[in-house]
Design a protein around this ligand. Structure first.
Ligand code: 2BA
Length: 108
């Protein structure tokens, strides 16, 4: 069994969750915050059998878009000194995905 951890943009989260649940998978949605931009994103935990990982990754790919965020360097935490004072463009997404081995799964 695998645990797919997908960090996605909030804009994409509802549509992706719809697709995941329609396909018969179970997921947990966690509100999270990116360490770089310090803005909200969504982390999904999706536990699946090994053979289902490819299908889940395709659903993520189909439902998460790349976007450009324009931000003020000041909001990028402590590293703003590296940036010129004008607005900075940052490309975010589609999704950041980790696939972890699950040692044991129980529903008690
Ligand atoms: P953030 O950390 O807020 O990063 C937002 C976007 O800023 C990133 O998009 C990337 O394009 C850019 N970025 C991040 N760190 C950077 C840096 N040191 N220098 C220049 N640009 C940087 P994504 O790569 O699509 O990541 C979206 C979100 O996924 C991240 O939000 C973070 O919450 C998560 N993430 C990405 N890589 C991760 C990792 N290796 N471990 C844990 N979480 C990760």
């Amino acid at each position: 069994m695998k645990l797919v951890v997908a960090i996605v943009q909030d804009y994409d989260a509802n549509q992706l969750l719809d697709a995941i649940t329609r396909a018969g998978f179970r997921a947990t949605r966690i509100g999270s915050t990116g360490g770089f931009l310090r803005v909200g994103n969504t982390t999904l935990l999706i536990g699946v059998e090994d053979y289902q990982v490819g299908r889940v990754l395709r659903l993520i790919e189909a439902n998460c878009r790349e976007r450009t965020e324009v931000v003020q360097p000041e909001i990028i935490g402590d590293i703003h000194e590296w940036y010129p004072p004008e607005l900075v463009e940052v490309t975010v997404g589609g999704a950041t995905v980790f696939v972890l081995d699950v040692e044991r799964f129980e529903r008690l």
